[in-house]
Every structure is written in structure tokens, then in C-alpha cells.
Design a protein around this ligand. Structure first.
Ligand code: MRU
Length: 366
């Protein structure tokens, strides 16, 4: 995602068109931005926050340059846009976090002239983008400490927690890209990820584009893979929201993978920026889970895939209990259970500059 040439539009890569077509869209209104988020044209918890922030920056500039008299002061309109976009997807923490950050920035300077206010919003949005880019790399560096370093490694991932979902090289895929960059052999098993196929459409697309070896399997095949001789070295997933106790909401299907990984003794790690950690949400059961339209299940492949009018239950995310999560990796370090203590300390501690926020000594898993 990026701002258009004069900073008054938001340009997105329309992820619903991938992998067939690489199509960009230019968005200039809050309605268009909201639609793009709801329909998953832009998706992935960190990217949704970034896109919404840049989007608000674009429409604020547009409004500041408009000659007609608006009935509301610009600062109030920015607040309205932020609140509206904040609710576009309820599960991910990053969207609400980014919108609250813009709102705060504007509130502190609400009397500033429109042009100045617009520049302030744009600077804040750019900072959100840049910070996410940097966090991705740090997450990748920490996560590499958990993976074999003397031989090629294979990981299994779910959904898309790569470059397409963030402002940088991704979260779950960050160690993969760093290893690949360093010339190491690395291989990714990508779950297809029903019903919207973020794994096969997006993860496979971006990894192949970068020259990383990838194998796609449908979601139901993960158990067979773990029971086979090609058991992955680790399961690496991203997160949409991490509760204060370490429960993790991520794309539906993640919980099942965590159970499988525990059964087969495969390390299960969650990689996410600190902006995904929500200390105000005590437990997983407090995380609002978005329900998707039944048609995504019944007409998923451009044809009818279930009897007409059949009852469908389609949560977009599930919650993996903290007990199944071997480590949570953020840009602040590798956090180990008990997460209630280690996450709080890492998030509220001295800025996390040391990166050591674990409940036990850091080190490589056996
Ligand atoms: O519905 P989506 O495609 O937005 O869901 C995305 C996920 O569940 C990702 O795993 C998560 O946002 C982490 S992305 C770094």
C-alpha cells in the first residue's frame, strides 16, 4: 500500500485478484477504503492498520485542500473517519490501534490549520508504516533463533502472514525471507486456508515470486504431513490479536494446527508485532470473532459448493489457547510462558530495547 502521487489517494494491491492478476486500485473516499478492508482487498492484521492510516491521511489531505466549507472542523471529521474504519474488521488489534493513534495525534493539535493537520496525519501514518517494516525484520531475527541453524529447515504456515499482510517482510514468513536472503535452503508448506485461500493464493504467490520453495496442501492434509516422514521443523503463524494471557486469535484453522503440532511434538510459534498484543483483552474468549458471509463457503470456487440455503457457520478466526503456544515472538524478543507475566513485562517494560523478555533463558529449541 502507498499514497498516490499527490498524497490524496490510497493505492492498494487488490489481494482478491491474486494470484491470477496483479491489480492496483486507487481509493479516494472513506467508503472505498472501508469496502477494501471489509472485502479483504487489503488484509492481514498489520496491513489493515497501515492501509487505514494511510487512507485517512489521503482523505484528510483531500479535505484540507477542498475549497467548499465543511460543516464540521477537520479534526472532528478525521476522528469520525478513524472510528468508522476502526470497526471495519473487529478481530485484529492493529486496525483499532492505528486508528486510536491517529485520533490521539489529531486531538493534541485539533486547533491547527487544515493543511498542518493533514501533514500531521500523513506523518503519523507514514510512521506506522515504517515502524511495521522495521518490526518485521526484528521478528524474523528473533524467530531464527528458534529454528535449526546448521541445516536447511522446513516450516508449515497457515493463512498469509507474509509481505502481503504487513508493511515489511511479514511476520511468520520473516525468518524464512531472512534465511533465504542469507542464501540458506528453506522450504515452506503453505496450508491452502479455507474458505478464502490466503495460503494457496497469497502465501504461495509471494514466496514463489521471491524464489522461496513452497508446497501447498489443503487444510485437512496438515495432519497427514505431520504423521509423515516430512514433519516440519516448526509451525509458524501470525496473529490477529494476542490477549494478555497469551491466547492467540488467528485465521480459522490455526487452533487445529496447534493441537496437531502438540500431538506430534512439533514446535508451534506465533510471530507478531507488539501492535497485535492487546493487554486490554484479558483472555481469548474476550476477543470478538468476525463472522463471514456464508456465500464464501457455499460459492467459494466460482461454483456452488454446498446445497443452496444450507446453514453455514463461518468464523474468520479461531483462538489458540496459550497452553499450545511454545513461544510468542515480537520485535521485542522471544516471549515464553507464563505469557501473563512475560507479555506484560515486554509490552510495558523499558521499551523492549534489549529484546530479552522471556520467562526463561533464551535458546534454541532441541
Ligand atoms: O482474514 P485475513 O486474511 O485478514 O486474516 C489474516 C490472518 O489471519 C493472518 O494470519 C494475521 O492477520 C497475521 S498477518 C501478519
Amino acid at each position: 500500500v502507498r499514497l498516490g502521487p499527490d498524497g490524496t489517494s490510497l493505492i492498494i494491491l487488490d489481494q482478491t485478484a491474486l494470484p491470477d492478476r496483479v491489480e492496483e486500485r486507487t481509493l479516494t473516499t472513506v467508503e472505498e477504503i472501508e469496502e477494501a478492508i471489509r472485502s479483504l482487498r487489503v488484509r492481514g492484521a498489520p496491513l489493515i492498520g497501515i492501509a487505514a492510516a494511510l487512507g485517512v491521511a489521503a482523505i484528510t489531505r483531500r479535505a484540507a485542500a477542498a475549497t467548499e466549507d465543511a460543516s464540521l472542523p477537520l479534526a472532528e471529521r478525521v476522528t469520525d473517519w478513524c472510528r468508522r474504519l476502526s470497526g471495519a474488521r473487529p478481530t485484529g488489534a492493529n486496525l483499532a490501534w492505528a486508528m486510536a493513534r491517529l485520533e490521539r495525534a489529531v486531538r493534541e493539535r485539533e486547533a491547527a490549520p487544515p493543511g498542518e493537520l493533514a501533514e500531521l496525519v500523513a506523518a503519523e501514518a507514514r510512521a506506522i508504516h515504517e515502524e511495521d517494516r522495521a518490526m518485521c525484520r526484528r521478528i524474523g531475527e528473533y524467530a531464527l533463533e528458534l529454528l535449526p541453524d546448521a541445516r536447511p529447515f522446513e516450516i508449515l504456515t497457515h493463512c498469509n502472514a507474509g509481505a502481503l499482510a504487513t508493511g515489511g517482510i511479514g511476520t511468520a514468513l520473516a525468518p524464512v525471507y531472512l534465511a533465504h536472503e542469507a542464501g540458506r535452503a528453506v522450504h515452506v508448506f503453505a496450508d491452502e486456508t479455507r474458505p478464502l485461500l490466503q495460503g494457496s493464493r497469497l502465501t504461495a504467490w509471494e514466496l514463489r515470486r521471491s524464489g522461496v520453495e513452497v508446497t501447498v496442501l489443503t487444510d485437512g492434509m496438515a495432519g497427514a504431513l505431520m504423521a509423515s516422514s516430512r514433519v516440519p521443523d516448526a509451525v509458524l503463524v501470525g496473529a490477529d490479536r494476542i490477549a494478555a494471557n497469551g491466547d492467540v486469535a488467528n485465521k480459522v484453522g490455526t487452533y487445529g494446527l496447534a493441537v496437531l503440532a502438540a500431538h506430534h511434538g512439533v514446535p508451534f510459534y506465533v510471530l507478531a508485532p507488539s501492535t497485535t498484543v492487546d493487554l486490554d483483552t484479558p483472555r481469548g474468549e474476550d476477543i470478538p470473532i468476525e463472522l463471514r458471509d456464508p456465500s464464501e463457503v457455499t460459492e467459494g470456487f466460482g461454483r456452488t459448493t454446498a446445497p443452496r440455503d444450507v446453514d453455514v457457520w463461518s468464523p474468520a478466526f479461531d483462538v489458540t489457547p496459550a497452553a499450545l503456544v511454545g513461544a510468542i515472538v515480537t520485535e521485542r524478543g522471544i516471549h515464553r510462558p507464563p505469557y501473563g507475566d512475560t507479555l506484560r513485562e515486554a509490552m510495558l517494560g523499558a521499551g523492549g530495547t534489549t529484546g530479552v523478555t522471556t520467562g526463561e533463558p533464551r535458546g534454541r529449541d532441541p
